[in-house]
Design a protein. Structure first.
Length: 254
């Protein structure tokens, strides 16, 4: 969406704070031995207490209130009762929600407890690359330039990018134009970021894979070549200078 009125900015700030707080508290709540279902139920209670509705459930009838991935899972992980967290797991939580007809999206990967499987370098790379990508955005920036930064920085650190997942517009629905804020440079894409547009910028940084395939549950995505993937995501407002990060309360850069 393009923010044109003050009430629209306030609406986006409000829902973005909600999804940010929910993500932060879910990360703090999770512990070894807990199931993804229990963590998801906690997230659902947080959203409800703040007057918000789960975006994936409302939009796609997703079988959960938040998306929770573990280890080899890349995105859209179903929060089931038999998915039990262990020390050293690579976990991703993606929280998106709606309130008063405004929508916001954010996510983050992290290692649970001690980094016994050496995932932290991947997590750090994803966070650092997201910072660089967001800092590059202002009115008139080519959308493909963001992908160029993400892909180039990933290669420098010895990682790959997932090419069939992307950031996207958000605001009056969960997914809006532009739908193609890719993790690599599409030289044919001449679209530019528009002033006061609200977009979700996200990284998908991988150790081995460059695409995803869907598991038999018809939701969960895993890498086509195995390995592990870290994702981080913020919803922002594009301006003539520094972008406004609406979901900063999620603390993924703390």
């Amino acid at each position: 969406m393009i923010i044109k009125e003050a009430f629209e900015m306030e609406g986006m700030k409000a829902i973005s704070e909600i999804v940010g707080i929910t993500l932060k508290k879910m990360r703090e709540y999770v512990e070894p031995g807990m199931s993804a279902k229990e963590l998801d139920n906690y997230g659902a209670k947080l959203l409800k207490s703040m007057g918000a509705k789960s975006a994936p459930y409302e939009t796609y009838e997703f079988p959960g209130w938040t998306c929770i991935c573990v280890n080899e899972e890349v995105a859209h992980g179903i929060p089931t009762a038999d998915k039990i967290f262990k020390i050293g797991d690579l976990i991703n939580i993606d929280v998106s929600a709606e309130k008063n007809n405004f929508w916001s999206d954010n996510g983050g990967s992290f290692v649970l407890g001690e980094d016994i499987h050496n995932h932290q370098a991947l997590v750090n790379a994803s966070k650092e690359i997201l910072i660089k990508a967001i800092q590059s955005i202002k009115t008139g920036t080519l959308i493909s330039h963001v992908g160029h930064i993400i892909e180039t920085e990933s290669k420098k650190l010895g990682f790959k990018v997932i090419k069939n997942l992307a950031g996207h517009g958000v605001g009056r629905s969960l997914h809006e134009d532009p739908q193609d804020i890719l993790n690599y440079r599409d030289r044919w894409n001449k679209k530019k970021f528009k002033k006061n547009s609200t977009v979700a910028i996200e990284t998908f940084i991988s150790t081995k894979s460059n695409n995803t395939i869907t598991k038999k549950d018809k939701w969960t995505l895993i890498g086509n070549r195995g390995g592990f993937t870290a994702q981080h995501e913020h919803t922002i407002v594009v301006t003539d200078s520094e972008p406004i990060i609406l979901t900063t309360l999620n603390g993924i850069w703390d």
